[in-house]
Write a protein that binds this ligand. Structure first.
Ligand SMILES: [Fe+2]
Ligand SMILES: [Fe+2]
Length: 169
């Protein structure tokens, strides 16, 4: 007996085209999260100086959170009958999170993190809009992840504010 397809929702045959499009939209954040893991590992270890410690600790815990996001996106790709891409398909984009010339340049790191989080927030809002009517599960998942990213960005905006107040950023 053939396995029956779902008759309703994003897993139904009628929604195959929409599902394909969505899988494409979920592959990008999968790479974004993984690149963020790489960038946050580097930037949680490279910085020097007394004031770097808060940034280091914050990025250390973010590494685990962003890794968890990547796993959630991968899981959802599979649930939608997609395939999680292999590493050869990866191409890096986070030019703004490369190691600064001086490892005491904390402002560079803070601004890079804000840029990465902003990019994620923009893309995740697009996915939320796209899935609003057709895929409540992806919608719900990405809303929760969006909240994490908004929290990350707000924290680093606060760090930047401190440097701005002192005329250092
Ligand atoms: Fe994330
Ligand atoms: Fe984040």
């Amino acid at each position: 007996m053939a396995v029956r397809s779902a008759s309703e929702g994003i897993l139904s045959d009628d929604n195959a085209a929409k599902r394909e499009e969505l899988i494409g939209m979920l592959q990008k954040p999968y790479w974004m999260e993984l690149e963020t893991v790489m960038s946050y590992i580097a930037n949680s270890i490279n910085p020097d100086g007394v004031r770097a410690q808060e940034i280091i600790e914050s990025l250390q815990s973010d590494v685990q959170e962003e890794l968890g996001h990547a796993q959630q996106f991968a899981q959802r790709i599979k649930e939608l009958y997609g395939v999680v891409p292999g590493s050869l398909e990866f191409s890096a984009e986070q030019s703004y999170l490369q190691p600064p010339e001086h490892q005491t340049d904390i402002v560079h790191v803070i601004k890079g993190v804000i840029e990465a989080e902003t990019g994620a927030i923009e893309h995740y809002n697009r996915i939320i809009e796209f899935t609003d009517e057709t895929d409540p599960v992806t919608n719900d998942m990405v809303i929760a992840i969006l909240r994490d990213e908004e929290g990350h960005r707000r924290l680093f905006e606060g760090f930047l504010r401190e440097y701005e107040t002192e005329g250092l950023a």
